[in-house]
Design a protein around this ligand. Structure first.
Ligand code: ADP
Ligand code: 5GP
Length: 209
């Protein structure tokens, strides 16, 4: 059985990366689609692990070759999800997280329809988001300003998502995310063609956790 395609978005600095890292350490059967980006790596980021860091020319070529499931310009850089990478993981039966922005989420919903679900994470307050972005210490003051500005627009898309999680404490947010994943795995109609699932084949829904 194919895994679930899960869109996860959040305004920058909300804590999405932190939450996903903890979830991946605790839950089996989940993976993350490594995106391509023209953004420069931050300190500690590794090519092929955090992103595939590519130049504009490579990104444009991949776009022309229709290699992306979705792509968008976000905070002045290009980001895209490779179709090949997502298909490979789904065929392995893994639940695949797409950590993408609201523009990318719209494209994937359009392409995948009911064959995906989406989660939006928000910070407990604007003040807390600014303090997390500043505290992370990876971005210039100008970049932080741009990301805070963009957050207001991104929040307008929140009600297009199936689930909303407030990242108050990391523990509570990871608990909520784990609960959503388990519930989605136990759906009676999560078969890709919309037919009710074969109970015997799917009796492992809880055991994958
Ligand atoms: P994002 O991936 O959403 O841009 P990060 O995961 O990089 O955000 O988190 C931004 C900063 O906020 C990091 O320094 C991280 O350690 C911190 N952080 C994340 N979640 C919380 C939380 N629940 N409470 C306090 N700080 C947090
Ligand atoms: P960051 O530069 O902080 O890693 O990511 C900035 C924003 O780009 C985040 O909102 C993140 O979700 C989004 N992003 C990362 N990869 C992709 C992608 O492949 N496609 C789209 N549309 N957005 C992405």
């Amino acid at each position: 059985m194919k895994g679930n395609l899960i869109i996860i978005s959040a305004p920058s600095g909300t804590g999405k990366t932190t939450i996903l890292k903890k979830l991946f350490a605790e839950v089996k059967g989940v993976t993350f689609s490594v995106s391509h980006t023209t953004r420069a790596p931050r300190a500690g980021e590794q090519d092929g692990v955090d992103y595939y860091f590519v130049d504009q020319q490579t990104f444009r070529r991949m776009r022309a070759e229709n290699a992306f499931l979705e792509w968008a310009e976000v905070h002045g850089n290009y980001y895209g999800t490779s179709k090949k990478e997502v298909d490979r993981h789904l065929r392995q039966g893994l639940d695949v997280f797409l950590d993408i922005d609201v523009q990318g989420a719209r494209q994937v919903r359009e392409a995948a329809g009911r064959e995906c679900f989406s989660i939006f994470i928000v910070p407990p307050s604007w003040e807390e988001q600014e303090s997390r972005l500043t505290g992370r210490g990876t971005d210039s003051a100008a970049t932080i300003r741009l990301r805070l500005q963009n957050a207001r627009t991104e929040m307008q898309d929140a009600d297009r998502y199936d689930y909303l999680i407030v990242n108050d404490t990391v523990e509570k947010a990871v608990d909520a995310l784990r609960a959503i994943i388990i519930a989605e795995r136990c759906r009676t109609r999560r078969d890709r063609d919309g037919r009710p699932i074969d109970i015997l084949r799917n009796s492992d829904c809880g055991l994958r956790i």
